[in-house]
Design a protein around this ligand. Structure first.
Ligand SMILES: CC(C)(COP(=O)(O)OP(=O)(O)OC[C@H]1O[C@@H](n2cnc3c(N)ncnc32)[C@H](O)[C@@H]1OP(=O)(O)O)[C@@H](O)C(=O)NCCC(=O)NCCS
Length: 278
């Protein structure tokens, strides 16, 4: 799967997302005066989604080595040069709103979800990496790791419509590829086995659901719309629409349909969902 293929899917309507975000922000600012000045600074005073996103990422990423003005310049440069960054961020917000039963608005991930923030900061580091600015890309990777407990190598390739829920302890290695519409729970590792060099990390197809604590190791392929059970250690490629579980992971149960989107963590026939709303 090439990055070009990853990027052809699902174009989020940026204007619609921005309009909805502003309405939600205005509602919260009116309802809760304690948050009004924060909401104004984060959303309402900006003229576009791109501006607000750059401000939000910079506010989250600033540190004593790279103050908020400096990091804002870098983020702005990346977002303006590569329109995909804001489009993907909007798709991620829509994905979280659609799949996370605990999510009540687009504003929630935009302001508070560290998985969302970590993925957007990764997108900036990935742009820097592709521009040959490796030192700054590594600085951002390190900052994301310190701040959110999420370690994504800047060279990894990640699609859009990503829900990284809870996010603590997620690790994504250098040669990993993640497709579109993938749901990744906390404590997931997309890592190497430690015995191979070069292209050594997993390739995750579109619409895959990866349960909490799953470790997917080596240059293996997880097929579209597959499910990886919580706590599994996956060492072999997984067929599309197949569920694997255990250590080492083996196929279990029947086929599944768009598990990352529905967050279907039980058999289709069982119907009842929402086990992740904890
Ligand atoms: C993989 C998963 C989607 C399977 O759901 P399912 O299709 O309903 O499958 P079942 O529960 O019928 O299980 C099928 C078999 O796999 C086993 N299994 C399911 N999940 C497993 C797991 N995490 N580890 C080991 N075995 C597992 C079941 O015991 C069952 O075995 P059996 O056939 O011998 O009885 C679900 O178990 C899962 O892990 N979801 C991720 C949840 C998550 O990450 N939550 C975090 C919330 S914060």
């Amino acid at each position: 799967m090439s990055l070009a293929e990853i990027r052809t899917e699902r174009v989020a309507p940026l204007g619609d997302v921005w309009a909805r975000l502003r309405v939600e922000a205005a509602g919260v600012a009116a309802e809760e005066p304690m948050l009004a000045s924060f909401i104004n600074a984060a959303v309402l005073r900006h003229g576009s989604f791109v501006e607000a996103l750059a401000h939000r990422i910079a506010a989250k990423m600033a540190d004593p080595q790279l103050d908020v003005l400096l990091i804002h310049d870098v983020v702005n440069e990346a977002i303006k040069a590569d329109g995909e960054i804001a489009e993907a961020a909007a798709a991620d917000m829509l994905a979280i709103d659609e799949r996370d039963p605990a999510c009540r608005s687009l504003l929630q991930p935009f302001l508070y979800h560290k998985g969302f923030h970590a993925v957007q900061a990764y997108r900036i580091s990935h742009w820097l990496w592709n521009e040959g600015r490796e030192a700054l890309a590594f600085h951002i990777q390190s900052r994301v790791s310190e701040r959110f407990g999420v370690d994504i190598h800047p060279a990894a390739r990640i699609g859009r419509g990503i829900m990284m829920d809870h996010a603590t302890s997620v690790v994504i290695g250098e040669t990993a590829v993640v497709g579109n519409d993938v749901s990744i729970l906390h404590e997931v590792t997309l890592g190497g086995t430690g015995t191979a060099g070069g292209d050594r990390h997993p390739k995750i197809g579109n619409g895959v659901m990866i349960g909490a604590g799953a470790k997917i190791l080596g240059n293996i392929h997880i097929g579209d719309e597959a499910r990886v059970a919580a706590g599994s250690v996956v060492l072999k490629s997984v067929e599309s629409r197949c569920t694997v579980a255990g250590v080492p992971a083996k196929p279990v149960g029947g086929p599944c349909d768009q598990p990352a989107k529905t967050m279907d963590q039980v058999q289709i026939a069982d119907g009842d969902l929402d086990t992740q709303d904890d």
